[in-house]
Design a binder for this molecule. Structure first.
Ligand SMILES: [Cu+2]
Length: 159
């Protein structure tokens, strides 16, 4: 009776397979959770890498935005500014004396000097970084009577 032996072996094999199948199912559930968890964390790592990339070029980590560049030409006797409207923030003034007399570029608020360049001889230039806050400012030249002669620009900085 070889068929009976075979069927008995098959039954035993089925029981083994069911038992393995049940325990494998339990293992699969845990495995699926772990797999989805690792997928989420690897996605977070990818986005963290992307968001850290733009922060690298910023020279000063405290400021939230890069300084805005403003070109300033000092002439006899006036300032030519590439920007005529200012909002609170950090600016880099690139000052060039294109006149025939020495000039400087002073930033004043409420009668007090906030920042300023040295006196620039004709043809020379300087860079001045200033953080402007909301309020009323003057940009002026402190050389001789240049301010009274027209080298004064009132600036209202908006919020
Ligand atoms: Cu001047």
């Amino acid at each position: 009776m070889p068929l009976q032996i075979n069927s008995a072996r098959r039954t035993a094999a089925l029981v083994l397979a069911l038992g393995l199948g049940l325990s494998a199912c339990g293992g699969d559930d845990g495995g699926t959770d772990a797999a989805s968890g690792s997928t989420t964390s690897s996605a977070a790592e990818t986005s963290a890498t992307e968001s850290s990339a733009p922060a690298a070029p910023a020279p000063s980590s405290a400021t939230e935005a890069a300084a805005e560049a403003v070109t300033v030409n000092a002439v006899d006797f006036d300032f030519e500014l590439s920007e005529d409207s200012y909002s609170a923030g950090t600016y880099t003034f690139e000052v060039t004396n294109t006149g025939n007399m020495p000039h400087d570029f002073i930033v004043e608020r409420d009668g007090a000097e906030v920042a300023g360049t040295e006196v620039l001889q004709p043809g020379s230039s300087a860079t001045l970084e200033v953080t402007l806050e909301e309020g009323d400012y003057f940009f002026y030249c402190s050389v001789g009577a240049h301010r009274a002669n027209g080298m004064e620009v009132p600036v209202t900085v908006s919020a």
